[in-house]
Each structure stands twice: as structure tokens, then as C-alpha cells.
Design a protein around this ligand. Structure first.
Ligand code: NI
Length: 175
């Protein structure tokens, strides 16, 4: 297993529409394990393949992980979803304060569908469907957006987005 490099805003790979995965082999399974390892190491609730430089439709999430006393993230319910597709969205929405490993140390309230249904393939190519609500639904929508080149800041007003990007620039300059 190895840690993968993180691609940050404004890297153009984050704006590409990712390609479907067609080959389910050992390389794919190793890559998905590496994505999970990278997500935990960087304290993310989810990670999409374009964020580690691979423009393919794959995401990993763990909406149930816990932080131990040293600030390390412990596995809760790791999931790898290949070619995920949202097949149902509730009309009800919720606001949740989101962050993204590609926009480090920034957060903002984003409106999302409160309940969704997602069809996906697992690491062996077997098809599944998952129903999600609240936090899990938020994480899934955020990560699936990445596969279409969409970042959570795109859901903000222009004013809020510009403020956040200015803060990101400032934080980077101070590093
Ligand atoms: Ni993200």
C-alpha cells in the first residue's frame, strides 16, 4: 500500500469529467486500497480519483470513522464505489458545512439533497445500490461531483466562493 499525491485547486484535473472504469483487475483493487489509505492519512471523509491525479470514475468514503486521542482517524465503514451514479434525489435538502482535501483548511455550508440512492460497482465489478441520507448522502454527493469536475465551491454564491478562494490563497502564502 502506498500514499497517493493529492492534487489541489486549481489543478485542471479537478475540472475534467472522469472516464468510466471498465477493467476490474488487481491494479484497480490496489489503487482503491491506496485511495482509502490516503484518505485516512489526510483526514478526509471521502476521496475521488481525480484528486489523486487519476481521471476515472472511482470514489472512496468512510462516513463513520472516528478520531482517536492523537488525532488519527480510525476506520469506521470504508467503502469503494466504482462508476457511481445517483439514481434518486429527494426534494428535501439539507445544509452541511463541507471541506475538501483539494481546498485545504477551508469550509463552507453547502445545500445538498437530504436523501439519495446511488448505483455503483464494487472493486470486483459487482453492481450494488445504496440508499443514503444526511451525512452519508452529503459525502456521496460531494465525491460524485468530483467525477464531473464539480467542486463544492461551485455550489456557493459568487461572493462566498471568492471569499473562500481568497482565504485559501492567503493561507497558502503564509505557509
Ligand atoms: Ni472534495
Amino acid at each position: 500500500m502506498s500514499l497517493l499525491p493529492l492534487y489541489e485547486y486549481p489543478d485542471p484535473i479537478l475540472r475534467q469529467k472522469a472516464e468510466p472504469v471498465t477493467k476490474f483487475d488487481d491494479d484497480l483493487r490496489t489503487f482503491l486500497s491506496d485511495m482509502l489509505e490516503t484518505m485516512y492519512a489526510d483526514h478526509g471523509a471521502g476521496l475521488a480519483a481525480p484528486q489523486v491525479g487519476v481521471s476515472k470514475r472511482m470514489i472512496v468514503i468512510d462516513a463513520e470513522q472516528e478520531e482517536d486521542e492523537n488525532g488519527n482517524h480510525q476506520k469506521g465503514n470504508p467503502m469503494a464505489l466504482v462508476n457511481p451514479q445517483i439514481v434518486y434525489k429527494s426534494e428535501e435538502t439539507i445544509f452541511f458545512c463541507e471541506g475538501c482535501l483539494s481546498l485545504p483548511n477551508q469550509r463552507a455550508d453547502v445545500e445538498r439533497h437530504q436523501r439519495i440512492k446511488v448505483r455503483y460497482q464494487d472493486k470486483n465489478g459487482v453492481e450494488h445500490e445504496i440508499e443514503a441520507e444526511d451525512y452519508l448522502a452529503v459525502v456521496l454527493q460531494h465525491e460524485i461531483d468530483h467525477l464531473d469536475g464539480i467542486l463544492y465551491i461551485d455550489h456557493l454564491s459568487r461572493l462566498k466562493r471568492n471569499m473562500l478562494l481568497k482565504k485559501l490563497e492567503k493561507a497558502r502564502a503564509e505557509k
